[in-house]
Design a protein around this ligand. Sequence first.
Ligand SMILES: N=[N+]=NCCCCNC(=O)[C@@H]1[C@H]2[C@H](O)[C@@H](O)[C@H](O)[C@@H](CO)[C@@H]12
Length: 455
Amino acid sequence: MTTFPADFVWGTATASYQIEGAVAEDGRRPSTWDTFARTPGKVWNGDTGDVACDHYHRFAEDVAIMADLGVDAYRFSVAWPRVVPEGTGAVNQAGLDFYRRVAETCLEHGVQPYVTLYHWDLPQPLEDAGGWLSRSTAEAFAEYARITHEALGDVIGSWITLNEPWCSALLGYAAGVHAPGQQLGTRSLEAAHHLLLGHGLAVQAMRADGGEAPLGITLNLHAVRAASDSEADLEAARRYDGLGNRLFLDPLLRGAYPEDVLADTGTTEWFAERSDDLATIAEPIDFIGINYYSAHTVAAPEDGRFSDPSLPTPTPGSERVVTVDTGAEKTQMGWEIHPDGLVDVLAQVHALAPGLPLYVTENGSAWPDEVGPDGRVEDEDRRRYLEAHLEACREAVARGLPLKGYFCWSLLDNFEWAFGYDRRFGIVRVDYETQQRTVKRSGEFYRDFVARERG
Ligand SMILES: N=[N+]=NCCCCNC(=O)[C@@H]1[C@H]2[C@H](O)[C@@H](O)[C@H](O)[C@@H](CO)[C@@H]12
């Protein structure tokens, strides 16, 4: 059986708004998710990230848990509203000091800090000025990245500019199910462009700041399969792959937007007017992070019906695509379980950029956990999902794909965006009443798997 390279990175991942709480402490100012969560009807049960897992005060305990699990690395995100509270202008030293404490605590435990600079908590004043629909937000992001990289470059092992720009753009500005909750159809592609431009400007700013740490971006890629080899279904798959994957992979790795996607969405002219930005967007990077959860079998709608629930309407292009239920097992999110799709998306990126290091920066599953009388959480479903995807990583390595690491989503149960605290992804349970942490069966499995693979 193929073994993982000795330097393969085993990690866990979280994000600031989902775990920190302390939303008004030490100078942090509101983000778009503070606003969105407070908008009636947007988040399950009216949940907010106000307290979450109280990681702001309990990070040392959480890092110690990671050390006990034996992970090599911790991927967390820096909250822009803690570091540059208004989005631009004044820097909040207390915010930088917090992340320095997190990083130093990781290093003291032999855990490498991997930072995501933007995991969706945009400072509200920037949204008020247009958000990602505005080019100025891209420029503000680059300045925030430079500030953070300059302040923390001595304690951060790797930098990820953006987490899942597809979600920020398509769920935030088209479907409206994520902050800022806009439903602007194809104008969401303008947000996608400014996110990618912000990424490129940030890479340039961090490179100019010096430092050796690798720089990359994280994309949620969708393994896409046509329901049949009919022309209509193949066309649906092309659309889904285009809007879900190539809209981001192509500019980043080929320096050009996919013409079919621009044609599908009627945005060819808008992007042509900004073709000078492509050199910045395609600024060379050191790795790609891939968040993988599910594969999608798609088909053309028979009677013009909508549409794919995971591309909530009116996401542009989703009116011509329906997701087919293949009968595969699903997680509590309704996402089908297809570990082989992980290998497919890794191979898709490798084909575009041979040799570029790849990391699975998120992979995990939500299930309705039960706490036993002994206080344990025997989450066999999550353990089984985890095992299957770890074996898919092994298959990817066996095929010679440049997979360098795996980060389990997530270390802790946390605020699952529009689902609030109703959905638990953690390999460690959080009792939100007491903030008690309990390592689940899946966490024990991950600990034992990593120990065994490390030999
Ligand atoms: N099929 N389908 N899908 C609809 C869109 C799915 C994309 N959502 C993600 O990838 C998010 C990513 C995020 O980084 C993290 O902050 C979230 O907690 C996890 C779990 O949700 C995943």
